[in-house]
Design a protein around this ligand. Structure first.
Ligand code: G
Ligand code: G
Ligand code: MN
Ligand code: NA
Length: 249
């Protein structure tokens, strides 16, 4: 409760920031998108992990306001990179709001951002409670051009059958797989299988957590089309990302 109050005050005081991490084509490392990630460096508490922040925000209901804030900031920052698609993490609790698609569109319109410039990232938790309602809202946004990615793929408990009936454009393979590849060759087979599942459902594949050139090469060989991770850049503030994009060939 005390932490939730802290968070609420911090949100009102403008202490929450949005960082970005590039997503690139594995073939030539050209940046095609960015993932928006919330950051809170509290004057009192120090750096607070986003996982803790998001959990508390879900608990208190503040996640809707924080979600709107992140999307609004993303739309504002979009002028720096009009040709990139930005992925925004969306909590199941945000999706549960009946007015979610309308609110989403309103924020985009205000900034004249086109729906195809935004991707929604979801975890498999959305498949747990009322997946049909979530699917309907996502379908509505997808019709406008918003794409939908499933985050942390391979770590959840949802069945492939459940995935098939869910409106998705791509999957993001959880970083635990990438990190295991270099130490455990068996996990290469596992990643190939995940890519094959995605291919059969006509979904694009992003690998998260790529930290080394060796991991990037392994993912390329596994047929993974997009890469994200410290190899390209750590999540960084807007100014650093603008610099990074200007420096790119
Ligand atoms: O930023 P990482 O560095 O620590 O993020 C940890 C987790 O927090 C991510 O997996 C992501 O799902 C979640 N997260 C980060 N930013 C946001 C956000 O803006 N909204 C929601 N709902 N989750 C976020
Ligand atoms: O859950 P989600 O996948 O959205 O979280 C992304 C999280 O992963 C962010 O918190 C980000 O800081 C972290 N991350 C991004 N790239 C790497 C990486 O290459 N290695 C590690 N260990 N973490 C990463
Ligand atoms: Mn994510
Ligand atoms: Na992830």
């Amino acid at each position: 409760k005390q932490f939730e109050n802290h968070l609420w005050n911090a949100f009102q005081a403008g202490e929450l920031e949005v960082f970005y991490q590039p997503i690139a084509r594995s073939s030539d490392m050209g940046v095609t998108g960015l993932e928006a990630l919330i950051r809170w460096n509290s004057p009192e508490l120090g750096y607070v992990s986003p996982a803790k922040l998001v959990a508390a925000a879900e608990e208190s209901g503040l996640i809707r306001d924080i979600g709107d804030f992140v999307l609004d900031r993303v739309c504002q920052d979009m002028r720096h990179w009009p040709d990139l698609r930005v992925s925004v993490n969306v909590s199941p609790m945000q999706l549960r709001d009946p007015s979610y698609p309308a609110g989403f569109q309103k924020i985009l319109k205000r900034h004249r951002v086109k729906p195809h410039q935004i991707e929604i990232e979801l975890t498999e938790n959305v498949l747990i409670d009322d997946p049909d309602a979530a699917a309907r809202k996502l379908a509505e946004l997808r019709k406008l051009g918003v794409t939908v990615a499933l985050d942390d793929f391979g770590t959840g408990f949802s069945s492939i059958g459940a995935l098939r009936s869910f409106p998705l454009d791509r999957i993001k393979i959880d970083r635990s797989f990438v990190q295991e590849m270099t130490t455990n060759p068996e996990s290469i087979g596992l990643v190939r299988a995940l890519v094959a599942v995605a291919d059969s459902m006509k979904l694009e594949v992003v690998s998260e957590g790529v930290e080394t050139a060796e991991q990037a090469q392994m993912m390329r060989l596994c047929g993974c089309e997009y890469l994200q991770g410290y190899l390209l850049s750590r999540p960084a503030p807007v100014a650093s990302i603008v610099e990074l994009l200007e420096a790119a060939p």
